[in-house]
Write a protein that binds this ligand. Structure first.
Ligand code: PAF
Length: 300
């Protein structure tokens, strides 16, 4: 690792550095992560770098966003490699708190942040409590880091919409940017969970991206949305996936109205698109063995 990056494990050190930057009038960018970083995360750091004078990345595997049967314990923790990679990507400060620092009163007594509506569907329905945990930790991170701009990946499409809602509703003075999905050469979206895949599963995994492309092509060719969704589920199941969902939604994650150009808006979600936005997004969550993969594709 080069000498460039600073690592903070306690709040006082983080605050001292950020206070100094703020006094100097510098714009602070922030990238929250759970570590085990890869090119997808580093692209977020680079986008933050383009939009700020200093960049902070947090590395914290957040217990409150994992369900009881999920992979919290086995989630890969690689802080040394993460710090080196963040340094190379141009990050100035890595914030690596302990669970006790993040939840000083204990996880069960933690103040929770809950976003209604948009968290009831898709991953919110399949992973009960997941987005409460995400919002709970991201609100804490925002209070700790006090960034001017924060970057989230578009791969976690629903998470980005939920965070925008929270930022708007709680009046965090933070600009939220979405960064494009980074893919392997065969189309598989980069994810820390890809390393759980066996060789056979890894060979199958790009079928998710191919299916998203087929959903887009079907709808753009004038096909029925529900038929495109059903065909996607059948295609993935035939390939060996257990499908949580394969759907086409508006950017606010509601079902598109049947009339082209007229969409049902989720009133007050705080997501950025206008309710009559004609854009669509195809979203898939599917499991290969014990590994749950998500991906999405936006199109007009
Ligand atoms: O996207 C993630 O890695 C996590 O959900 C986040 C935003 C870092 C919160 O723990």
């Amino acid at each position: 690792m080069s000498a460039g990056i600073e690592i903070a494990h306690v709040l006082a050190a983080l605050r001292a550095r950020i206070d100094a930057w703020k006094r100097a009038g510098l714009r602070v960018g922030f990238v929250p992560t759970m570590g085990n970083l890869h090119e997808g995360h580093y692209s977020l750091v680079r986008l933050a770098r383009e939009n700020a004078d200093r960049v902070v990345a947090s590395v914290f595997v957040n217990p409150t966003q994992f369900g009881p049967d999920e992979d919290f314990d086995r989630y890969p923790r690689t802080p040394g490699a993460d710090a080196a990679g963040l340094d190379a990507a141009g990050c100035d400060l890595a914030w690596m708190p302990s669970v006790e620092t993040m939840y000083p009163l204990g996880v069960t007594r933690a103040v929770r942040v809950q976003v209604p509506g948009i968290t009831d569907v898709l991953d919110g329905a399949h992973r009960p409590g997941h987005f409460d945990g995400v919002c709970t930790v991201v609100a804490r991170l925002f209070n700790q880091v006090r960034p001017d701009v924060a970057v989230f990946g578009r791969k976690d499409y629903q998470q980005l919409a939920v965070i925008r809602h929270m930022v708007r509703d709680l009046a965090f003075p933070i600009e939220v940017l979405g960064a494009d999905i980074v893919r392997e050469a065969d189309g598989l979206a980069r994810s820390s969970r890809n390393q759980y895949l066996s060789g056979d599963e890894r060979a199958l995994a790009p079928e998710i991206h191919r299916t998203l492309l087929s959903m887009r092509d079907a709808v753009q060719a004038g096909g029925d949305r529900r038929q495109a969704e059903a065909a996607a589920v059948a295609r993935l199941e035939t390939a060996g996936f257990a499908v949580d969902y394969a759907v086409i939604r508006t950017p606010l994650l509601v079902e598109p109205a049947p009339t082209p150009g007229a969409t049902q808006g989720l009133v007050g979600t705080g997501a950025d698109p206008a309710p009559d936005d004609a854009r669509r997004v195809a979203l898939i969550a599917a499991r290969l063995g014990a590994t749950r993969l998500i991906d999405n594709l936006e199109f007009a």
